[in-house]
Design a protein around this ligand. Structure first.
Ligand code: AMP
Length: 115
């Protein structure tokens, strides 16, 4: 194993614990370790993709699948009043973990624009 595997890949591989919310053959959702809202869950593909810029046409089914999971997660997490889906991409986007992930944030009124 190389040591350039991200923390999220280690979660996928079961080497690092996470508070799982959802798990299927394509993706995984778990609570963010540093929540920025009462509900803060990360939805990640099991396929190693560094961020939105790493997507290709091969990933259409995967991305469609993951987006279709979002409302199910929102319901499971009790986000009936709404929520926000965020994907930080690259340095200016504020990405800190180089494995594609969607933040699902809710449980309070969220501000706009983001900082
Ligand atoms: P980003 O800044 O968009 O790359 O988001 C990375 C997110 O991963 C941050 O919100 C971190 O709090 C979160 N995070 C980092 N390590 C872990 C971990 N081991 N378990 C859960 N969330 C994590």
């Amino acid at each position: 194993m190389t040591n350039n595997r991200t923390i999220f890949k280690k979660i996928i591989d079961g080497e690092i614990p996470a508070k799982l919310v959802y798990d299927d053959e394509m993706c995984l959702a778990f609570h963010d370790v540093s929540p920025q809202a009462p509900v803060h869950v990360l939805l990640i593909p099991k396929k190693v993709i560094r961020n939105l810029d790493g997507l290709s046409a091969d990933d259409r089914d995967l991305m469609g699948h993951m987006l279709s999971i979002v409302p199910l997660l929102a319901q499971k997490l009790g986000l009936s009043e709404g929520y926000r889906l965020v994907a930080n991409c690259g340095a200016n986007g504020g990405q800190s973990v180089d494995h594609l992930h969607f933040h699902i944030l809710g449980g309070r009124q969220l501000n706009w624009p983001p900082g």
